[in-house]
Design a protein around this ligand. Structure first.
Ligand SMILES: [Zn+2]
Length: 133
């Protein structure tokens, strides 16, 4: 499946975005870099394809963060409704940048893996109980 990319940025407190209909993020990244040079906060987001956590970002997680497979970043998901032109969605936990919800298959999948890994680590770290008798 071909991917597309979105660049989000914030100007005077307002969120803006531009879509790039190319499989590779080259143009989106170049556009984002130009904005960044001007000191503007910017995010490059995958339009369709979900990405797993790369090795380089495995340990960047802070408590309370979930993996956003479309931002390809750790994000603090927040509960809010989406206001579209013709309708408003129900409130849901969403990525504050790309607005993907925790109902998304890949958001669930990658964060389920994190939970499992975390619980395994926790189990291993727990001291063993002495047996009675
Ligand atoms: Zn996101």
């Amino acid at each position: 499946m071909d991917n597309s990319w979105k660049v989000f940025w914030w100007e005077e407190g307002r969120k803006k975005f531009r879509r790039f209909n190319q499989h590779k993020p080259t143009e989106a990244v170049a556009f984002a870099k130009d904005l960044k040079k001007k000191g503007i906060e910017v995010a490059v987001v995958s339009g369709r394809k979900a990405y797993r956590i790369p090795e380089s970002k495995k340990f960047n997680r802070e408590p309370g963060m979930l993996w956003c497979p479309y931002c390809v970043e750790w994000r603090r998901f927040k509960e809010f409704a989406l206001k579209k032109e013709n309708y408003v969605t129900g409130a849901d936990f969403r990525c504050p940048v790309c607005t993907i919800s925790t109902a998304d298959y890949f958001v669930r999948k990658y964060n389920e893996e994190i939970r499992e890994a975390a619980s395994l680590l926790y189990q291993e770290a727990k001291p063993r109980r002495k047996r009675d008798g």
